[in-house]
Write a protein that binds this ligand. Sequence first.
Ligand SMILES: C[S@@+](CC[C@H](N)C(=O)[O-])C[C@H]1O[C@@H](n2cnc3c(N)ncnc32)[C@H](O)[C@@H]1O
Length: 258
Amino acid sequence: MSSVRSTNATQGANISRQRRFWNERAASWDHGAQNNPGLVKVVERVIAEASPQTGMTVIDIGCGSGQLALRVAPLVERVIGIDISQAMIDLLLQNAAAANLTNIEGIAVPIEHLEIEEASVDLVISNYVLHHLRDKDKAVAVATAARWLKPGGRLVIGDMMFGRGTDARDREIISSKVALMIRKGPAGWWRIAKNASRYLFRIQERPVSIAAWVEMFRAAGLHEVVAIPVVNEASVVRGTRGARDQHIVAKGIPPTKR
Ligand SMILES: C[S@@+](CC[C@H](N)C(=O)[O-])C[C@H]1O[C@@H](n2cnc3c(N)ncnc32)[C@H](O)[C@@H]1O
């Protein structure tokens, strides 16, 4: 019983930290996201893998100010953006109004607390969000989102996906991030120190490997699980609810390492 209480306390602390962090950063994220070429590539790939269609109901987990939602809304019936940050939801709705999109709703709620009717949604998408969750909450979020899907519905997640430096791909990603920051001079060195503590202590950033994501999708009972590396640090994983009894996994995925 006490371990359940302490688990909930850690989850609650993470939710409060994320909400505070993203409420403060919402405006600068909204401003900068479209000018980040890597992020734009991942957004494009999530949309391509999601294949949004007329008549679909879509949930965008951690929608931010609408990087996926605003792109998908013109193609589908309804988009429900959920985000832990009320400031992000306010920006999402402002951006939707500015683009004359009337089929986007926004709900300020952490994914850990969201309840949606089983088999009621055609598509669940998410970009650069779930690495902020604790590892056990990532797995619960994937399993929960899989249950929201109608048979044949897709879950598509884009995110930074690498482990903690135990294989060559992880080490390559981590050293290229460090090299980029070194080139920025003293401001970059400060960021190395800050990011090192974030990654090492897994406070704000908690990425896990592509293989760990594939495993979570499979454990959630999703089929046709495919992982696509997109840019250096980021990949997209997609899976389908109950369409076919077969798993297809992209070549070259290393054995599971978190
Ligand atoms: C890096 S931003 C990405 C925003 C957007 N998806 C994009 O592609 O630009 C991360 C987003 O995740 C949201 N977030 C973080 N933790 C969350 C949680 N537990 N539940 C829901 N949203 C969360 C943040 O508020 C923020 O909007």
